[in-house]
Design a protein around this ligand. Structure first.
Ligand SMILES: [Zn+2]
Length: 93
């Protein structure tokens, strides 16, 4: 998945500093639709939802994240930045 990171809200894990970008409600819906055909079990579905609710690296809940610093963002642009949901999904605006 290729995502334009310009003008994105980038957040960093408070524990390990790993940078993620905030997913919008529309993006989450698109993800949900892309996996709908797999007919996941309840456990698989929970695991799928959890992916967007925690740090990719250390599994810290996304509620613990903070806004990423300029330096962290610069470093993050050299690698894959993964999506995360914090609280309710951001609006479509
Ligand atoms: Zn982390």
């Amino acid at each position: 998945m290729s995502v334009e990171l310009v003008d994105r809200t980038l957040v960093a894990c408070r524990v390990c500093g790993w940078v993620h970008y905030l997913m919008t409600a529309a993006e989450k819906r698109a993800h949900d639709q892309s996996i709908a055909r797999y007919e996941l079990s309840v456990a698989e579905r929970d695991a799928y939802e959890l992916e967007f609710r925690q740090c990719l690296r250390c599994e810290t809940p996304s509620e613990m994240f903070r806004i990423a610093t300029r330096q962290e963002i610069d470093q993050a642009l050299n690698r894959t930045v993964t999506p995360v949901l914090v609280g309710d999904p951001a609006g479509d605006a």
